[in-house]
Design a protein around this ligand. Structure first.
Ligand code: HAM
Length: 468
């Protein structure tokens, strides 16, 4: 039977506070999120474009990581982790020397052995490097890999654009079938919608290099006929990488872009059939998509299908690209392997979390402590530490403030955190080998055997039916 028991509270002797030396300098309020300045010490700040991921945001990151992991495992993908630092040529050859990512944004330097190395700006090329280096072509194909980690691009920082950012990525290597493209798009679509973000897919086919040769000639000719109107960037792109003119965001170039020749009209039968099949699969899956003939993507390795997943910002009447992907049937060969088809995608995590916050997406319920372990004085603190460890070993989540001495403060903390039970150990309980178990809602207390306490609590919580 439950009995009411008076809690033993140790007397706390109040000591006078030590005298403080007060500075004569005026007190200046510290800026939000910065520590008060100490005279003579310059406070070190983050590098531009870098961000700390603080404890207050960690639950978003955990939720997204777990959703990405579950999605990958459900579709039979295995995780791969490649180093943050690679030989620069992985990306120069893989992504392309004339892409913005390599030419303008990559963190590249010589290390102490004078080797030219780069902080990875993306992972597709590095995953293909690993696929080749570890002989994964010998395994049953396709090899399906996923990753989650940080990437680096020296871009101009702005909303949704950082110098260190994170991607979740999927790469399917060793299969040319259009069903792979559709599966990668389906997984991406499911990830966003399951996390509460309404999205649609912008899709295009840029064919194979042979398809593009004739198209590029037509495109250059068309743009040259508008030379007087197009922006300087487009003029430069026409010389170096003509299809990137379709990426131009300048207002003056938009009417020219809208009437430009379309790549789909230049695709070979094989490329066109592939694209049609991908679209048929998406129709079957009910995934909303829009054909976007100006979508070309900024990385050189793409062939055939390219896509981006976008979400609408109703307030601003604009669309935000959340991720990009596509097929890269020539990259394995480019990095020294035999011809091997592949396809993948990489959702940006910061942009995803920013959407979850903007849309106030509810996060899954957190694990919360089921019991609070309170103690009174040094001897009982030792026992409380033992009890805490035993509870943990039994799978019961407990909370504690072992550095606190006041029982009132400890029980208030348990109440504030809505913890249903508390164990209280005072000197009397230490001597008797017992512990007080308190129902925090009703205030009812009972004294239980110290060694049996975890089991008795588990029974109360409905976690262990075996104890009488
Ligand atoms: P990407 O379009 O360069 O593609 O990047 C994919 C996503 O990463 C972007 O849509 C965005 O969400 C995020 N992202 C890129 N740069 C930044 C940045 N500076 N700050 C914040 N987020 C950023 C790739 O990286 C390809 N490797 C995707 C892929 C995988 N294609 C085939 N497989």
């Amino acid at each position: 039977m439950a009995i009411k028991k008076k809690v033993v509270v140790k007397k706390v002797v109040a000591r006078p506070a030590p005298k403080k030396e007060f500075s004569k300098k005026p007190i200046v309020a510290a800026k939000k999120d910065t520590a008060p300045a100490v005279a003579g010490k310059k406070q070190i700040q983050l590098l531009r474009g870098m961000k700390d991921i603080l404890p207050r945001d960690q639950y978003y990151w955990k939720t997204v990581f777990e959703a990405a992991q579950r999605m990958s495992e459900d579709f039979g993908f295995n995780r791969i982790e490649t180093p943050l630092l690679e030989e620069a040529s992985v990306f120069m050859r893989g992504v392309g020397k004339q892409t913005d990512v390599v030419e303008k944004e990559m963190y590249v330097f010589e290390d102490r052995d004078m080797e030219k190395v780069a902080l990875r700006p993306e992972n597709t090329a590095a995953v293909v490097r690993a696929y080749l280096q570890h002989g994964m072509w010998n395994q049953p194909q396709p090899v399906k890999l996923w990753y989650f980690g940080p990437f680096f691009r020296h871009e101009r920082p702005q909303d949704g654009r950082q110098r260190q950012f994170h991607q979740f990525g999927l790469e399917v290597i060793g299969d040319a079938s259009p069903v792979i493209d559709a599966m990668v798009i389906q997984m991406t679509y499911l990830l966003y919608t399951e996390l509460g973000i309404p999205v649609s897919v912008q899709i295009n086919s840029i064919g194979m290099p042979e398809d593009r040769t004739r198209y590029k000639m037509e495109l250059v000719q068309y743009y040259r006929s508008h030379r007087a109107t197009i922006c300087e960037t487009c003029k430069a792109r026409l010389m170096k990488n003509p299809m990137r003119v379709l990426d131009c965001k300048e207002d003056s170039c938009q009417p020219i872009k809208a009437n430009a020749p379309q790549i789909v009209d230049y695709l070979s039968n094989e490329s066109r059939d592939h694209f049609m099949k991908v679209l048929e699969y998406l129709d079957e899956l009910g995934i909303p998509y829009f054909l976007n003939h100006t979508l070309v993507r900024g990385l050189d390795y793409y062939t055939k299908t390219v896509f981006e997943v976008v979400t609408s910002d109703e307030e601003q009447g604009s669309q935000t690209a959340l991720c990009g992907g596509g097929r890269y049937d020539l990259l394995v060969e480019e990095l020294g392997g035999k011809p091997t088809s592949a396809c993948g995608v990489a959702p940006g995590i910061e942009r995803l979390i920013s959407q979850m916050k903007k849309r106030q997406v509810p996060l899954p319920a957190r694990r919360t402590p089921q019991v609070y372990v309170a103690q009174l004085g040094d001897l009982s603190r030792r026992k409380a530490m033992v009890l805490f460890a035993r509870l943990r070993a039994e799978g019961v989540m407990a909370d504690q403030d072992f550095s606190k001495g006041s029982l009132k403060a400890q029980l208030e903390s348990a109440n504030a955190n809505k913890i249903p039970y508390a164990f209280v150990i005072g000197q009397k309980e230490v001597q008797e080998g017992t512990v007080i178990m308190r129902d925090m809602d009703s205030g009812v207390q009972e004294t239980v055997d110290f060694n049996k306490a975890p089991q008795i609590l588990k029974r109360k919580l409905g976690l262990d039916k075996s104890v009488e």
